[in-house]
Design a binder for this molecule. Structure first.
Ligand code: FMN
Length: 178
């Protein structure tokens, strides 16, 4: 299947990126097609709440910025992976801007592309067990509202990413449904 991994960490060698790369490696080894986007590289603005995207059937945001790289990928994606550091108990600001901009493409839920079925979540944090903010959004907006099936949630707390965690994520990528 086609995976779209959105990495919301600005750190090129950060923990989030390493988890995302492990997932990509495992999935690609199993024959899946992976598109990975570093959203912090794209200068994506927040939603303006102008509602222009809902006045027509075009589902097109009036802003021309980095989201133009992400919107077209959604139609070809079977599995959406949100990968983010935890900032102040939630997704990074850059990832939050992407999620808010899904308002044009994934809200209301009837706009969801037909083949988008699965989701997974990768989170990195300084402290352990502080993922509730991101989980609330993931479970409420992506699993609950959009009806995506959760295939896995992986978290990494502290100063290092263990080889064992990266190994588990690679195995997870390799075991995804075809
Ligand atoms: C602006 C900012 C806010 C953060 N807020 C939290 C937080 O609320 N809780 C926490 O445990 N870690 C927090 N951290 C630490 C990061 O989540 C942690 O360093 C994480 O590993 C960063 O991911 P990365 O390596 O992929 O960049 C924060 C870091 C930054 C820069």
């Amino acid at each position: 299947m086609n995976l779209l991994i959105l990495n919301g960490s600005p750190r090129p060698e950060g923990h989030t990126k390493r988890m995302a790369e492990a997932l990509r490696a495992g999935a690609e080894n199993a024959g899946h097609t992976v598109r990975a986007v570093d959203v912090c590289r794209l200068a994506i603005h927040g939603c303006r709440a102008c509602e222009a995207c809902h006045r027509t059937d075009a589902a097109r945001c009036v802003q021309r910025d980095g989201m133009d790289e992400i919107y077209p990928l959604l139609a070809e994606t079977d599995m959406l992976v949100l990968a983010s550091p935890m900032y102040y108990h939630g997704f990074s600001g850059q990832m939050k801007c992407v999620i808010d901009r899904f308002y044009a493409a994934l809200y209301p839920k009837e706009r969801k592309p037909a083949r988008l079925r699965y989701a997974a979540l990768l989170l990195a944090s300084g402290a352990p067990a502080m993922y509730d903010g991101a989980l609330f959004s993931y479970e409420g907006d992506f699993l609950g509202y959009l009806g995506l099936e959760n295939l896995g949630v992986f978290t990494c707390a502290g100063e290092t990413v263990s080889a064992e965690l990266l190994h588990r994520i690679r195995l997870f990528g390799a075991s995804l449904p075809q």
